[in-house]
Design a protein around this ligand. Structure first.
Ligand code: GAL
Length: 331
């Protein structure tokens, strides 16, 4: 056999072998599982990858960016095929992406966009639209008055996107003089205590608060705790997101106005499908043309829709879709 023919045959075998990776090894780096939704994301993601014959190694950083960096090193060195990241801190995560790409490992940015990095795929909710839905609902109920905005940490790109959505709706009303934003802060952690600490002095000062838009249900819960101490829970509109059980209960009892229900199952399944395709050397984008600019490139992306959950539609949304069980709510 001619040497050129032999080389060709060897190359074909290698190609066949690499593109038929039937047991993809996927690494999943998580920020935390302390907030309810993330345990669901993890379970659904792992379930789908397993269905495709793959394995997932999950590492949870407990909201410590340097721990996440270390965990990324371990996963990369363990020989994973694809890395999926829910970043603790988008700047640190950009460094993780650099490392992974050096080892030829494709990266998916999950839920939170990793800016200024060479990520291959992004799966999330349309977070600007989620912010708009929150502000739309509250301003329809209360088109005038004093609003407080509690944003999430600035290490999370979603915090900015939500804020953008809030302001898209609020700015025209502020310009008309109908609404005043009396406090607008990004807090350092997605933790209830942060919102509590932010609300407490405002209420102590006796400022009139008509509505609070919080970045997620944990922050909403902290704000409600402060409102309760001043006997104001139920009088002030409160928006959050994630459809946490506590938020659903608060909505039923009238202490919270709305939450946003994110399609976690779709998010996780889409990310899992893409990860498995990439591990098999296939292009996960098919004929997708939608992209998101992350400051470095136009990233092929899937952005799903969030849905408003209020007192009237709890049964038709989170319960009927099996996101929460009715018994769980009243436990
Ligand atoms: C955000 C996410 C929210 C919420 C929060 C806290 O990035 O979009 O749904 O869960 O993190 O973990």
């Amino acid at each position: 056999m001619k040497p050129s023919k032999l080389i060709f045959q060897i190359l074909s075998v290698i190609l066949l072998f690499t593109s038929c990776n039937q047991h993809p090894e996927i690494g999943l780096l998580m920020d935390t599982t302390a907030r309810e939704r993330w345990a669901k994301d993890r379970d659904l993601f792992v379930e789908k990858v397993n269905e495709h014959g793959g394995e997932v190694t999950v590492k949870v950083a407990d909201s410590d960016a340097s721990v996440q960096f270390q965990q990324a090193l371990e996963l990369i060195n363990s020989g994973i095929d694809v890395l999926v990241i829910i970043p603790v801190d988008m700047t640190v995560a950009a460094g993780i992406v650099k490392m992974a790409k050096k080892s030829q490992i494709p990266v998916i940015s999950y839920d939170r966009l990793i800016r200024d990095s060479d990520i291959d795929f992004y799966v999330s909710t349309d977070n600007i639209n989620v912010g708009e839905q929150m502000a739309d609902f509250l301003t329809t109920v209360k088109p005038t008055g004093n609003y407080v905005l509690i944003g999430g940490p600035t290490s999370d790109n979603n915090s900015f996107q939500l804020h953008l959505g809030w302001m898209n709706v609020l700015q025209p009303l502020i310009d008309k003089g109908d609404i005043s934003v009396i406090k607008d802060n990004f807090v350092p952690q997605w933790e209830p205590e942060e919102a509590y600490k932010m609300m407490k002095p405002l209420l102590e000062e006796g400022l009139k608060v008509d509505a609070i838009i919080a970045g997620n249900d944990a922050l909403a819960a902290g704000a409600i705790k402060a409102l309760k101490e001043y006997d104001l829970a139920g009088d002030v509109l409160v928006a959050g997101q994630d459809a946490d059980i506590e938020a659903i209960r608060n909505i039923i009892f009238g202490d919270q106005t709305i939450t946003i229900y994110k399609p976690i199952e779709s998010l996780a399944f889409n990310a899992a499908d893409a990860a498995v395709k990439m591990a098999k050397g296939k292009d996960p984008t098919d004929n997708m043309s939608f992209t998101v600019n992350n400051g470095h490139r136009l990233v092929p992306a899937i952005l799903l829709d969030g849905q408003v959950v209020n007192k009237q539609n709890i049964r038709m949304t989170v319960i009927s879709e099996g996101f929460v069980a009715e018994q769980e709510i009243f436990e």
